[in-house]
Design a protein around this ligand. Structure first.
Ligand code: SF4
Length: 322
């Protein structure tokens, strides 16, 4: 598959774009580095945007009853309203965006694992929560691809994230075309991918395309986008992806020698038990589909839902099972 649309991804600025952490440092994220030339990043540092300098006194979340406040650690300065106002303005003015990669554990950018404290004293945290900017992102864009850089070190989470942002970006191009035939082609091209994510969701999208006659384009595409976001609300189940792989394998297996068939089934088993990412069996299948010129499968996005250069099989093991 050629010509990927570049997804727009909001990213924490400290993830390699600027030395804007409280201590003047920056953080490397291999996933962010790798995506670099394939996506449009929109870097943002909420703490710098509200006027906290670099270096600065760090902030922490202090839980006062039901209310989480963002407070500078030693000065006691409460910047909660500034962060909320900034988030409201920044997110309200964003153009079309497919995803977010935010810095984990940050009291501003964190999505799930920022520490909340009962006070400013040297006390243990009460538990983990979303940062003040991160929770606004979840509230407004939670159905998009929203991850922290730590979770993206897990290959299953990364594959889902990349599949989602590149497919949503491709849909953006269809949306701009305002051509029903483009949507029909999009649905056909993604059939196996959507099947791997869920038969029910695939059928729901199919019905929107089939029943489009007489409806305004804006309604059709809005319904279709909502359906796609629902389909992508969780990663494809390995068993569903294996079924799709076996379905495609059926079209090429007669052409393969015994060793190739056995190798493929070994690869599929390694994927099933979580030792290999889905890109390994899918890339193998894609190469056979091209070699044997299987026209029914040739255009299917499932074999390359995002650019080949982003296929990376290393895995931290973090988030396994999600
Ligand atoms: S985690 Fe967010 S607020 Fe903190 S330095 Fe990075 S971008 Fe800025």
């Amino acid at each position: 598959m050629e010509g990927y649309e570049r997804p727009c991804i909001v990213v924490s600025r400290c993830l390699g774009f600027d030395h804007c952490r409280y201590n003047g440092l920056t953080i490397r994220s291999e996933a962010v580095d790798m995506m670099g030339s394939h996506v449009e990043f929109v870097p943002v540092c909420p703490e710098v945007e509200i006027g906290l300098g670099v270096p600065r006194v760090p902030v922490r979340i202090v839980r006062l009853g039901e209310d989480d406040r963002l407070v500078q650690y030693t000065t006691g300065r409460d910047v909660t309203e500034e962060i909320r106002l900034f988030a409201d303005r920044f997110l309200g003015e964003l153009g079309p965006v497919e995803g977010f990669v935010l810095k984990g554990r940050s009291p501003s950018c964190g999505l799930t694992d920022a520490k909340a404290y009962p006070s400013m004293d040297k006390v243990p945290p009460l538990g983990k929560t979303a940062g003040l900017f991160g929770r606004e992102v979840i509230a407004r864009y939670g159905e998009r691809a929203v991850e922290d850089e730590g979770r993206l070190t897990n290959f299953r989470i990364r594959e889902h994230f990349l599949t989602k942002v590149f497919t949503l970006a491709a849909l953006r191009r269809v949306e701009a075309s305002e051509q029903m035939r483009e949507l029909v082609a999009f649905q056909a091209r993604h059939k196996l991918l959507f099947m791997a994510y869920g038969q029910t969701g695939l059928r729901a999208l199919g019905r929107i395309v089939a029943n489009a006659k007489g409806r305004p384009w804006s309604e059709i595409i809005a319904d279709y986008r909502d359906g796609l976001l629902r389909l992508f609300s969780r990663p494809a189940r390995p068993t569903s992806m294996i079924n799709v792989c076996l379905h495609a394998f059926g079209y090429v297996s007669d052409e393969l020698v015994q060793e190739e068939k056995a190798h493929f089934l070994d690869v599929l088993e390694a994927f099933r038990v979580g030792k290999l990412p889905q890109s390994v069996p899918l890339t193998l299948l894609g190469s056979w589909v091209a070699r044997f010129d299987v026209s029914y499968l040739a255009q299917q996005s499932v074999f390359a839902p995002y650019p080949q250069k982003l296929v990376e099989i290393t895995d931290s093991g973090k988030g396994r099972g999600t």
